[in-house]
Write a protein that binds this ligand. Structure first.
Ligand SMILES: Cc1cc2nc3c(=O)[nH]c(=O)nc-3n(C[C@H](O)[C@H](O)[C@H](O)COP(=O)(O)O)c2cc1C
Length: 328
């Protein structure tokens, strides 16, 4: 299958975020204009072992395609076997639209095992892994890389070329080095350099917080698509803003009521898919982000942190929205 056939007009992606980009968030971002989403990373090894928690994370729902399934791993046989296991989708769920290989995760427990960002140290291994996975599936294979291992080893271009020659159909470049983790600024010049060096679509990633940023990244790098991650936490409206900016249209930010209703709708979905017991604590960060910067947000955050049920959170948020609109 060719990936180009699912790359949509703006090439607007929600990035994978472990602990955040569950189906509820992906679906909300899609409603607001994200054209393709990615599951949070799942361990290829855990899939091979049939780990049940991993299988929950790797589900792609019918209402959210195109969604890529992201795997991490560093062994050709394990990644290929995991791909064969997930490519048909779980019973009752959709087929992933692509298999994305994580080659940028900077977390110690990931890189110490040779996975994620550690792969940037070896373009030859990148080529071999992509080739092995591409040979084992009919799904498009994509990769997500960083600028390089550290400032002295900026090799995104070399890694992207290696992925391309292994058969990758798209590369996403986060313009930070692995060593930077999330500090400093993303180096967009590296994204532009990769775009100039490969023929497959290049998606730029890093520090997109507004429609203006998205427009600038497109202009400065010539990238084919844009991936937004942290900026969409508690702000799925960012996709609406980016659509407006790219289309040259005006953007109206959400009202407080819309923010609160969107937060509650996402939380309801998360509760339905897992349980209140799991979803309420797991969603605290997202809910805090939905009201971030508004007057009274700190109090909302404190109260939501003590809430145990959906009804309690709803009460807190609707009360906050009512009070805020009375004050304005
Ligand atoms: C909490 C968190 C979890 C992340 N999890 C993943 C992941 O599972 N896979 C991945 O490739 N990148 C992951 N990332 C990186 C993001 O996808 C993205 O590359 C990075 O945040 C830069 O984009 P941004 O500036 O738009 O946030 C994660 C980032 C954050 C903040």
């Amino acid at each position: 299958m060719k990936l180009q056939s699912i790359l949509l007009p703006y090439g607007l992606f929600l990035g994978p975020m472990a602990g955040y980009s569950d189906h509820a968030m992906r679906q909300m971002c899609r409603k607001m204009g994200a054209e393709m989403t990615v599951t949070e990373m799942v361990s290829a090894k855990a899939i091979c072992f049939g780990d049940s928690k991993t299988s929950l994370l790797s589900r792609v729902f019918f209402d959210e395609t195109p969604t890529a399934l992201q795997l991490f791993g560093h062994e050709c046989d394990i990644l290929s076997e995991a791909t064969r296991k997930v490519e048909g989708g779980e019973a009752g769920y959709a087929r992933p639209s692509a298999i994305d290989i994580n080659m940028g995760c900077p977390m110690k427990k990931i890189i110490s095992g040779g996975d994620g960002g550690a792969l940037m140290k070896s373009p030859l291994q990148i080529e071999a892994l992509v080739k092995a996975v591409a040979l084992s599936t009919s799904l498009p294979v994509t990769v997500k890389i960083r600028a390089g291992w550290d400032e002295d080893h900026i090799n995104a271009t070399e890694c992207a070329k290696a992925a391309e020659s292994g058969g990758a159909q798209m590369v996403c470049v986060h313009g930070r080095t692995v060593k930077q983790v999330y500090s400093g600024k993303a180096n967009w010049a590296v994204i532009g350099a990769v775009k100039g060096a490969v023929s497959i679509p290049v998606v730029g990633n890093g520090d997109i917080l507004s429609g203006e940023d998205a427009l600038r990244m497109k202009q400065e790098t010539g990238c084919d698509g844009i991936m937004v991650a942290r900026g969409a936490i508690g702000n799925p409206f960012l996709f609406r803003e980016i659509h407006a900016a790219l289309a040259g249209e005006p953007y109206t930010p959400p009202t407080i009521t819309e923010r609160v209703e969107t937060a509650l709708s996402q939380l309801r979905q998360a509760c339905l898919e897992t349980s209140e017991h799991h979803a309420i604590p797991a969603s605290r960060g997202q809910i805090a982000a939905y009201v971030f910067g508004l007057r009274g947000a700190a109090d909302v955050r404190r109260r939501v942190n003590c809430a145990k049920t959906y009804a309690e959170v709803e009460d807190i948020l609707l009360g906050f929205a009512r009070q805020s609109s009375e004050e304005n």
